[in-house]
Design a binder for this molecule. Structure first.
Ligand SMILES: Nc1nc2c(c(=O)[nH]1)N[C@H]1C(S)=C(S)[C@@H](COP(=O)(O)OP(=O)(O)OC[C@H]3O[C@@H](n4cnc5c(=O)[nH]c(N)nc54)[C@H](O)[C@@H]3O)O[C@H]1N2
Ligand SMILES: Nc1nc2c(c(=O)[nH]1)N[C@H]1C(S)=C(S)[C@@H](COP(=O)(O)OP(=O)(O)OC[C@H]3O[C@@H](n4cnc5c(=O)[nH]c(N)nc54)[C@H](O)[C@@H]3O)O[C@H]1N2
Ligand SMILES: [Mo]
Length: 766
């Protein structure tokens, strides 16, 4: 898009050009504002300085690792927002619930619900008054136990988890569910990096990234696919900036021009701050079409193989391919059969652009490939993740220093929760170990993902829902179906720090159980406790909160899970739930007993600053696949074209703004994208607007393209012209989740296709 078209946006309320780099003074100002808005308590201000410090807590913001988890304080605007939001002095007390019915609270915005502050007391829904009213912990646990024991089949319970829970809470949670008799552990990973957890094992054995932070120091090329680190993994910007300053090229593949990937000013750098300077991040910025990554990566591989052939070898790592991999011939044959015409159409990039990227990759010695939700939230995402691995394997870029694959995980402990057993498809080895350590028969049948759980709710089969954090119904696709499904429950139990819309979906009974957050100290029988978490790079370390709990009534997640378990299994249950809750070392001893190969000397190791790294066999070129090799895998093409051949259908990708944490909306600015004070915008190519007789700034409606009853429409948004490929539009999540169909998901992993929803755009009210 030519620059001359942009000024037309300047007349749109709340939309202006943002010319500055990401980071810089804007970040410092934004932090000051959130601290003031949340009236963050003094300890919270101090707390900010303790995030990711050896004796402090793990930042609840993201799963990017810390440099050895030691000394240097890394300023992070969005980490500060996450901490301030939790350490707020606002409180959602029983008075708030006495003053408002659930029906009234329902009309509040997502922002307003959480902005009411921290939950302070356990509450139970009272149907007669349509209000949440206080309940004692003992009675709340008794109700959970009675409801679970009353089910005729344990698979009628769903145990959801969001990824902030510590290893200790998550381990006890899965123990509770499995002793109860189900593997129904839908979790946020099912909406997030499940294509990584499902796709990588077939390729390289383990569903986790292979690199460490130190590898980035040695990489001479970084490929960045579909992630927005300036907002979602801000501490990664330090790493990218160091690489750029060293002269390592960074190739970005993203339909949207994200400012932080263009240029970044480090708030830590006195010179950049004083001179208003910045560092260029991307050396090349490619804008593929939404969902075009599989075609693009296959094009790069095709070009790479051609370069190798032309040079008579030396581009591909033939030694590595021969010794460590299988499937090369089949992949090469498949790529040979793809035409440039279809690759250009599929990717939205020209052959020249793809060949250029391939040539830069060919010239690099050590490459790291990073990716996020832009890759995983599509129909064929597991297969696309495997194409990324193929690209790396061709040049032996896995299992050596400075090279590897780096999925950017979402929630700060989503990877750890999976490691300790929050998984609907547990391995036989894990179940066998549980059986050995706890002397019960865990259920073998696989359980529900998020999408499966919603289906079970819709059918009226699921009767009890327990949520260990998160905002299940709002994060999921299609609120029309999902909200209605939630209302068929007999009991919903929400363990939470703040009020959100999922808590207001009430069928029969509902309980709201307030818990401690990461920033707060956790005092138990044996004294103050530490919990442990695992970051995106498989580093496990301790986290200790420092703030006084938001209310004396709060319990830790560990204590709440233990309380529910005791009430469910009765006084004779042999697991010492109270003892475990009194001393988390005892929980870690059990984790070690179940997973000795991962957590040997767990309690000793987490007392070392920086913690320890879990084994990642693929990073040592040990391939735990059935073939014992790393596998080249041909892309799957099934999963029909989301546009179903209809030319007027656009692909909507749903994004996070700079002022939100998933469904938590801190504020309504999206500074780097030049949007202020509003979220009701959709970014569109000017020619796609013109083709519909529309201009930038016009009010529009967005409708789900293939919605049978026509009710899935987002009304009265404003179209904003943007430099993104034709045929694609972008808008914020969760406001547009109504446009994402429940049945549109990655075939292998069930991850909803949040990044390629087929929609039609039309003038508002038309
Ligand atoms: N401050 C903050 N931090 C967070 C979160 C948050 O909401 N706020 N959420 C946490 C969680 S749970 C997660 S999973 C991560 C999410 O972190 P990201 O993966 O960065 O998440 P998104 O905002 O969804 O951004 C996806 C990026 O992909 C691009 N994209 C969209 N569609 C496509 C496509 O088809 N192809 C390609 N190549 N790119 C595409 C978008 O333009 C955008 O830049 O961040 C975590 N950290
Ligand atoms: N359209 C669209 N939809 C998406 C996505 C997208 O990109 N587009 N992204 C998906 C992704 S990647 C994810 S991970 C999911 C997120 O799905 P979830 O993880 O379910 O949602 P969150 O918004 O992170 O949950 C916020 C709530 O968590 C609770 N909470 C916060 N901290 C704590 C804590 O320490 N303990 C407990 N117990 N509760 C706490 C608070 O009550 C808060 O209201 O959304 C998915 N949905
Ligand atoms: Mo996520």
């Amino acid at each position: 898009m030519s620059k001359s078209k942009s000024p037309s946006n300047s007349k749109i309320r709340g939309v202006r050009r943002y010319e500055k780099p990401a980071g810089g003074w804007g970040s410092l100002k934004a932090v000051g504002k959130v601290l003031a808005d949340q009236q963050t308590v003094v300890e919270g201000g101090r707390g900010l300085l303790q995030a990711n410090q050896p004796e402090g807590f793990d930042c609840p913001g993201c799963a990017w690792p810390d440099p050895k988890h030691t000394s240097s304080f890394e300023f992070c605007e969005n980490g500060a927002k996450a901490v301030a939001w939790e350490a707020t002095s606002k409180r959602a007390t029983p008075d708030l619930f006495a003053a408002h019915t659930v029906a009234q609270l329902w009309t509040w915005s997502d922002h307003a619900l959480e902005d009411a502050g921290r939950l302070t007391h356990p509450m139970a829904y009272d149907r007669a008054s349509d209000r949440y009213a206080p309940i004692s912990w003992e009675d709340a646990f008794a109700r959970v136990g009675a409801a679970l024991r009353g089910l005729d089949d344990p698979n009628r319970a769903e145990f959801y988890a969001s990824g902030r829970a510590s290893n200790e809470a998550a381990f006890l949670y899965q123990l509770l569910g499995r002793k109860f008799g189900t593997n129904n552990f839908p979790d946020c990973s099912n909406m997030c990096h499940e294509p990584t957890s499902v796709g990588l094992p077939d390729s390289i054995g383990l569903g986790k990234g292979t690199v460490t932070l130190e590898d980035f120091d040695e990489a001479d090329l970084i490929l960045s696919f579909g992630h927005n680190p300036g907002t979602n993994h801000p501490r990664m910007m330090t790493t990218l900036r160091d690489a750029a300053r060293r002269g390592a090229p960074i190739l970005v593949f993203n339909p949207l021009k994200e400012r932080a990937l263009e240029r970044f000013a480090s708030p830590q750098d006195p010179v950049e701050m004083a001179t208003l300077g910045a560092t260029e991040i991307a050396s090349r910025y490619y804008q593929p079409t939404v969902g075009g990554d599989a075609a693009l990566v296959q094009g790069m591989m095709k070009a790479l193989i051609a370069l190798d052939a032309a040079a008579g070898g030396g581009v591909l790592d033939h030694g590595f391919i021969a010794e460590h991999t299988s499937g090369f011939e089949a992949l090469a044959g498949h790529l040979e059969g793809l035409t440039w015409d279809e690759l250009e159409r599929g990717s939205g990039l020209s052959r020249g652009e793809i060949e250029e990227a391939a040539a830069i990759y060919a010239a690099a010695e050590r490459t790291i490939l990073c990716y996020g939700m832009g890759l995983t939230q599509h129909r064929n995402a597991s297969s696309t993740v495997q194409q990324l691995v193929n690209l790396l394997l061709l040049k032996g870029n896995i299992g050596r220093p400075g090279a590897g694959i780096c999925p950017l995980r979402g929630h700060s402990n989503v990877q750890g929760d999976r490691t300790v057993g929050v998984w609907e498809k547990p391995s036989e080895a894990f179940l066998g170990a549980l059986e050995r350590v706890f002397a019960f028969q865990p259920p073998r049948a696989h359980g529900h993902t998020v999408v499966d759980a919603i289906a079970a709710l819709e059918r009226g089969e699921a009767k009890v829902f327990v949520g260990l954090g998160g905002n299940f119904a709002v994060a999921a696709p299609d609120p029309v179906r999902t909200f209605a499904a939630m209302q068929k429950l007999d009991l919903a139990v929400h363990i939470a720090t703040k009020l959100n819309r999922t808590h207001l979906q009430i069928g029969g009974e509902a309980l709201l159980l307030p818990c401690l957050g990461r920033t707060e100290f956790d005092e138990q029988a044996s004294g103050r406790q530490a919990v442990t978490v695992e970051d995106s790079m498989s580093m496990v370390h301790a986290s200790r909160g420092l703030n006084r709990p938001a209310s004396p009534e709060l319990k830790s997640e560990v204590a709440i899970v233990a309380g529910m378990a005791r009430a469910t299994f009765g006084p004779d249950d042999p697991v010492d739930w109270e003892g475990l809750c009194g001393d988390y070392d005892a929980v870690r001893d059990l984790i070690e007993a179940v997973l000795p190969e991962l957590f040997t000397d767990y309690n000793q190791k987490i007392r070392e600053p920086g913690g320890f790294r879990l084994p990642v066999p693929s990073s040592e070129r040990i391939w735990t696949t059935p073939s014992g090799k790393a596998n080249f895998l041909v892309a799957r093409t099934e999963g029909q074209d989301p546009r179903r051949g209809e030319a007027d259908v656009l692909l909507l990708t749903t994004l996070r703004s700079h002022d939100q944490y998933n469904t938590t909306i801190y504020g309504s600015d999206d500074r780097y994208r030049g949007v202020f004070g509003r979220r009701d915008v959709v970014f569109v190519h000017p020619d796609d607007l013109a083709a519909r007789g529309l201009s930038s700034g016009d009010p529009i409606d967005l409708a789900a393209a293939f919605d049978a009853d026509g009710s899935r429409v987002v009304r009265g948004f404003t179209a904003v012209a943007r430099d993104l490929p034709r045929g694609c539009v972008a808008a914020y999540y969760p406001e547009t989740n109504i446009l994402v169909a429940l049945d549109d998901h990655d075939q292998r992993s069930g991850t909803p296709a949040y990044k390629s929803a087929p929609v039609r755009l039309r003038p508002a009210g038309a």
